[in-house]
Design a protein around this ligand. Sequence first.
Ligand code: DX5
Ligand code: ZN
Length: 220
Amino acid sequence: MALKRIAPSVLAADFANLQRDVEMINQSDADWFHIDIMDGVFVPNISFGMPVLRDIVKHANKTIDVHLMIVDPDRYIKTFADLGSNILTVHYEACTHLHRTLQAIKAEGMKAGVAINPHTNVSLLEDVIKDIDLVCIMSVNPGFGGQSFIENTYKKVQQLRDIISRNNASTLIEIDGGVTSKNAKQLVEAGADVLVAGSFVFKSDNPTQTIKELKEIVNE
Ligand code: DX5
Ligand code: ZN
């Protein structure tokens, strides 16, 4: 069984101590940096943009997993590639020509991800699953950190796992929103490969230790 991954969400970091928090992730058992880009249109919040990502990339020594919560993501594919993104995830609900968008992301040398909102059924991805490197199942409504986990997510993970196996695809399943040590094990048992964790990591007394514990829970 491949090692399960933990991706701390930088959205929950202290932006006035960003380098410190990036170094914490570098030194920890975390696998990826999860970077949330919000435009205030696709979601009712604005996070941070290119200059901040550029400075994160300068210090980060792990995979850069960028989650675009923006309308018309095609406009920025090249920009995010040039900034150093390794995985670029767009929202299913924001793409009229998803297949074309996925090809454009790969043409820029990045892995292509698709995020789905809690109301979006995983079956809608069946016809493109072989073209998707990662599906990000939103386990909260996107836009804010610190929300509570939607229980229906387990069922979606199982259904997606089934679609991936039936199509002989190698797509990774990522879960984003409200992840804690309480739901981590059940999520990987349902078939998840990558867990994003923001508040649970950064609001804890010892983020490095919290990442270590999460990593152990999902791989035990
Ligand atoms: C929500 C973002 C998440 C968020 C997760 O819109 O996509 O990545 O940072 O934060 P927590 O783990 O606090 O729910
Ligand atoms: Zn995210």
